[in-house]
Design a protein around this ligand. Structure first.
Ligand code: TYM
Length: 334
């Protein structure tokens, strides 16, 4: 039995990088008997970059709706919004005292983001990975399904966890990352990771027509120039997506026929389109339902927050005890 925790930032529409990189695993892990699954919309992380306060509630709603549309069942999983459970921010502070400046300085995502947001290089952007460690440790989670870009943050969370346990006694299990078969999906531009901020995404709610158009324009192996020339699946983003969306038989066929030159990129892309549409159709149907009845989303996250708070309070009691931060009545030295 595992306790699973993961989350995504409310960055607007969810895309297939989120879906195949992480969320499909969330749903699969929820279905495995015996697992306890907890999924959070991390709005407190999202405010580390410039944002409009008036737009944030809508973005949070969209993300929560996306979790349910992707197939999470809020009766089983705890689905909630990070800022509804204040203990995340509280534990994060305590963990900053166990985190070295040098460790945070080495985070590649911090380096990238502080480059991108030079006008707003705030301390929250720097301590972002500590809040992420707090998210995980607050629920004593042991398995964290994420895309590859989050692995360095998870390594830091493990180091913080070990340091806490070593210094104050064992309170937390060590969280391990779990990667999908498509842990790094590139954007349609072929230059960067697929991400909302780069505008290079296929979104979960894109229509079949839009998906087809976007796939047609997507990059493949740059050396496979002529029709009939052999390709290299290992460098092709379309092949990475096949690994996530197609059956193992189709993946093996695509691999073989791409290498031999028998499979033109256009045909390969249309096979991928069909596999992706089969995955996305039920997601899009659920989106339609949730948009008709938004209370399904708001009620799910309200109930999720209550369940999350109960676990968070109990963990914080362990943390106060372990760190010597006892309640005021016990503070009088004896
Ligand atoms: P975020 O919001 O950037 O992405 C959510 C999840 O989607 C994965 N992902 C991808 N996987 C493969 N290819 C891509 N192009 C791609 N784009 C996104 C991410 O790896 C992630 O799993 N810091 C986290 C959110 C977070 C979190 C946590 C995650 C906060 N606290 C605790 C796990 C545990 C983030 O910004 O993810």
């Amino acid at each position: 039995m595992s306790r699973i925790f993961s989350g995504a930032q409310p960055s607007g529409a969810l895309h297939i990088g989120n879906f195949y990189g992480a969320m499909q695993q969330w749903v699969a892990l929820e279905k495995e008997p015996g697992n306890e699954t907890i999924f959070c919309v991390v709005d407190a992380h999202a405010i580390t970059v410039e944002y409009e306060a008036k737009d944030l509630p809508k973005r949070v709603f969209e993300a929560a709706a996306g979790y349910l549309a992707a197939g999470l069942n809020p009766e089983k999983s705890i689905v909630f919004i990070q800022s509804d459970v204040k203990e995340h921010m509280e534990l994060s502070w305590y963990l900053t005292t166990l985190t070295m400046m040098g460790e945070l300085n080495r985070m590649t995502q911090f380096k990238e983001k502080s480059e991108q947001h030079q006008e707003n290089n705030n301390a929250g952007l720097f301590t972002y990975p500590v809040l992420m460690a707090a998210d995980i440790l607050l629920y004593k989670a042991d398995l964290i399904p994420v895309g590859e870009d989050q692995v360095q943050h998870l390594e830091l969370a493990r180091d913080i966890c070990r340091r806490f346990n070593h210094r104050f006694g064992k309170v937390f299990p060590e969280p391990k990352p779990r990667l999908s078969s498509a842990p790094r999906i590139m954007g349609l531009d072929g230059k960067h990771k697929m991400s909302k901020s780069r505008g290079n995404t296929i979104d979960l709610e894109d229509s079949p027509k839009v998906i087809e158009k976007k796939l047609k324009g997507a990059f493949t192996d740059p050396l496979k120039v002529a029709l009939g020339s052999p390709g290299r699946p290992e460098v092709c983003n379309i092949f990475t997506l096949h690994k996530a969306a197609s059956s193992p038989e189709v993946v093996a066929e695509v691999d073989r026929d791409c290498r031999s030159g028998a499979l033109p990129c256009g045909t390969c892309k249309m096979r991928l389109r069909d596999a992706m549409l089969a995955d996305l159709q039920p997601v899009q149907e659920r989106y339609v339902e949730l948009r008709k009845k938004p209370s399904l989303v708001t009620e799910a996250v309200a109930q999720g927050a209550e369940r999350a708070r109960a676990i968070a309070k109990s963990t914080m009691a362990d943390v106060y005890g372990a760190m010597g931060l006892t309640s005021s009545s016990q503070k009088v030295p004896t």
